[in-house]
Write a protein that binds this ligand. Structure first.
Ligand SMILES: *Cc1c(COP(=O)(O)O)cnc(C)c1O
Length: 393
């Protein structure tokens, strides 16, 4: 007779094994049981081990450690999205009465946080042009606590004056927060250039497969890091173990993917530049890029996978172009395995007036390309064909 009591509500003991799984396991447990109250006490006191998944779990820890390694720092945390990384930093670091300066071409939702949400909490904000450190300097107030920049602007691919802004922050005792999503640690290492806080949308190039929504935040100062972590846990911005597992798996190929996509973006931008109907190609590798010298200084020879171009012929040409490239997803995201095309005038920048977009150099014929991992020649052929079709419209 089988003596084992049958009780399906009991969870079986995990089988022990002297061998270890080669692949990172997924740990979905929300709670962790402790040996006794003294043990739990000790855990809370020294912060060791796991208690409750919102406060941390193994899949978030291993993913954070991987990104820490790339950024050359320790103690980073994973958040439920790139925006919750921005949110955790703002909630952890800022208080009513502070002033924050943001680059005027930040990611759309970050801009919204700056202009609509922070003011509701009594935090003043100003937007200024990050390609001009003097414009940033002019926006500084006695209560300026933080400056928020992205190294490469989206979708205009302008390069911020990172050294100029870092020098200002150092001189005036202001925290420098860098959103390193576009550049990734492969093109730019913010902590080597004076940053205090770095965030990522891990959703994009780091995870790299458009199947997990996650963020990462880290501060160089451990006290600041604790505040950001407390905000993450308290406001419940924390990530799912499954997403962390996917991202950690995706990151195994991050460097290879980045290098391949970057080389293809360089080749593609060179190929498109000479075509009939092309009025502009923006990629940091191009000698005619408006910030070419600064691109070389800030990014070295790592121009990245993001580029933009403009075709003549306005909306009609844009419609014809996307229809003639059915294998290139027309989708407002970036960093996927496949190349994606986005059209700022009908998506990210649709709220602006046509004149507003024109000031930014974003016409109806303007496209952003997140270059992926396809055969470069195939991709060049597809886009060359689509551009030719756009000019018949
Ligand atoms: C996508 C993105 C974000 C927001 O990240 P989510 O994961 O979508 O919340 C923030 N900054 C930049 C530069 C981005 O591209």
């Amino acid at each position: 007779m089988n003596e084992t009591p049958k009780d399906l509500a009991r969870r079986p003991a995990w089988p022990t094994s002297v061998s270890r799984p080669v692949v990172t396991p997924i740990q979905p447990s929300v709670v962790y049981s402790s040996p006794d109250p003294d043990g739990l006490d000790a855990q809370y006191k020294d912060g060791s081990g796991f208690t409750y998944a919102r406060e941390g779990h193994p899949n978030a820890s291993v993913l954070a450690e991987k990104i820490d390694g790339l950024e050359g720092v320790g103690g980073g945390i994973i958040t439920g999205s790139g925006m919750s990384a921005v949110g955790a930093v703002f909630l952890g670091v800022l208080k009513a009465g502070d002033h924050v300066i943001g680059a005027d071409q930040l990611y759309g939702r970050t801009l919204r946080l700056m202009t609509e949400d922070l003011p509701k909490f009594g935090v003043e904000t100003t937007l200024a042009d990050p390609t001009d450190a003097n414009a940033i300097a002019a926006a500084i107030q006695p209560n300026t606590r933080m400056i928020v920049v992205e190294v490469v602007s989206n979708p205009t691919i302008r390069i911020a004056d990172m050294d100029g802004i870092a020098a200002l922050c150092k001189e005036r005792g202001i925290l420098l927060m860098v959103d390193n999503t576009f550049t990734t640690p492969r093109s730019y290492l913010p902590f080597e250039h004076g940053a205090d806080i770095v965030i990522h949308s891990v959703t994009k190039l780091l995870a790299g497969h458009s199947d997990a929504t996650l963020g990462y935040a880290v501060a160089r100062d451990p006290e600041l890091m604790t505040k950001i972590n407390v905000a993450n846990v308290t406001w419940g911005l924390t990530p799912s173990p499954f997403d962390c597992w996917l991202a950690e798996r995706g990151m195994q190929s991050f460097e290879l993917r980045y290098d391949r996509a970057e080389a293809t973006a360089t080749a593609l931008s060179a190929a498109l530049a000479g075509l009939a109907g092309i009025t502009k190609v923006l990629h940091p590798s191009r000698p005619d890029h408006p910030d070419h010298n600064r691109a070389a200084q800030v990014l070295g020879n790592r121009p990245g996978n993001m580029m933009s171009f403009e075709v003549a012929g306005g909306r009609a040409a844009a419609n014809a172009l996307t229809r003639a490239a059915p294998d290139l997803p027309f989708a407002p995201t970036l960093g996927d395995v496949g190349t994606t095309l986005s059209h700022p005038a009908s998506s990210s920048h649709r709220a602006l007036t046509e004149e507003g977009r024109a000031t930014l150099g974003m016409s109806e014929g303007f496209f952003r390309v997140s270059v992926g991992l396809e055969d470069p020649e195939l991709l060049i052929r597809e886009l060359t064909h689509a551009i030719a079709e756009s000019q018949k419209a």
